[in-house]
Design a protein around this ligand. Structure first.
Ligand SMILES: Nc1ncnc2c1ncn2[C@@H]1O[C@H](COP(=O)(O)OP(=O)(O)OP(=O)(O)O)[C@@H](O)[C@H]1O
Ligand SMILES: [Mg+2]
Length: 283
């Protein structure tokens, strides 16, 4: 019998972000009971293959959660299930629930476009759209009618400044994004994701293609935004999980092996597999 999840850890959004990049410690938070997303006994499979089994997790509003675990453990599949990205995959089967603010994301009242606005996603490989840099930033703002045309220039500038791209692209906003470096493309995708003011951002190894400077930029941006946005970040970079996240969930062979405060998961894991993984003994 595999161990059920540990008590969910709850946080408020009081993050000391300045300390984040220098101390190497996860920031201080205080407890509240307010999960923005929770999964209840989530099972997921493709065809006859079970990929995820009995996942029970809560993501407290404003928190940063790291999903860690070896390759193939189901982190991406789990992340994609939080905004229904798996629904159209061939052979997809599901049991259990994902609830956003208490409502099933599969409820017939839920509009998929709205769901994806509220729960945005950034993929491992940057995927700018085939339109100008400016249009990439504004695409969601326009689709959801979130601002007036007269505000578009200001929004573009603010977001590109926020992700640290403004200097590099301010004189070529109408150019294609595909001439940007991979790292710059990822930052542009982050600006696009933030432009629609998501409540939750799902990030799948978002910095694996970035240089150290851009990684630091993205991490401090996440830390700064976390009180307003709930982040779920898949990462293979254990140092990143440690310095960035409040909570850590360890996935192994399609199961949630352990979930708790990041400090506890790294310093005092309860499961032998977690211990092996966080100590580097498991690849
Ligand atoms: N569309 C699919 N059809 C069948 N199997 C799939 C599909 N997508 C993923 N899988 C399988 O699900 C399992 C979990 O994959 P997933 O990509 O979620 O792992 P991961 O933890 O994100 O791995 P990595 O760290 O390498 O990115 C793997 O065995 C993978 O082969
Ligand atoms: Mg993955």
């Amino acid at each position: 019998m595999w161990p059920r999840m540990i008590e969910p850890v709850e946080h408020a959004a009081s993050i000391q972000s300045d300390a984040l990049m220098t101390s190497g410690e996860a920031p201080n938070v205080t407890a509240v009971a307010n999960p923005v997303i929770r999964t209840d006994s989530l099972d997921l499979g493709f065809g006859s293959t079970m990929i995820l089994e009995d996942i029970n997790l809560e993501f407290p509003r404003g928190s940063i959660t790291a999903l860690i675990g070896p390759s193939g453990s189901g982190k991406t599949t789990f992340l994609r299930s939080l905004n229904r990205m798996n629904d159209k995959v061939r052979g997809y089967k599901r049991a259990g629930e994902v609830k956003l603010d208490g409502t099933s994301i599969w409820d017939s009242q839920v509009d998929l476009l709205q769901l994806r606005r509220r729960v945005g996603m950034l993929f491992q490989r940057p995927n700018p759209f085939p339109m100008s840099i400016r249009e990439n930033v504004l695409v969601g703002v326009k689709a959801h009618k979130l601002a007036r045309k007269s505000d578009f220039d200001q929004i573009t500038e603010t977001l590109l400044k926020e992700v640290g791209l403004w200097k590099a692209v301010s004189d070529r906003l109408n150019d294609s994004p595909f001439r940007l470096s991979g790292g710059q493309q990822q930052l542009l995708c982050l600006a696009r994701a933030l432009a629609v003011r998501p409540e939750v951002l799902l990030l799948d190894e978002p910095t694996s293609a970035l240089d150290p400077f851009s990684i630091e930029l993205v991490e401090s941006l996440i830390a700064r935004l976390a009180p307003a946005v709930t982040f779920v970040v898949v990462t293979h970079n254990l140092a990143q999980a440690k310095r960035l996240s409040h909570n850590t969930a360890f996935f192994f062979q399609g199961r949630l092996m352990e979930y708790g405060l990041t400090t506890q998961i790294f310093a005092n894991p309860q499961q032998p597999d977690t211990q092996r993984y966080v100590s580097g003994a498991m690849g």
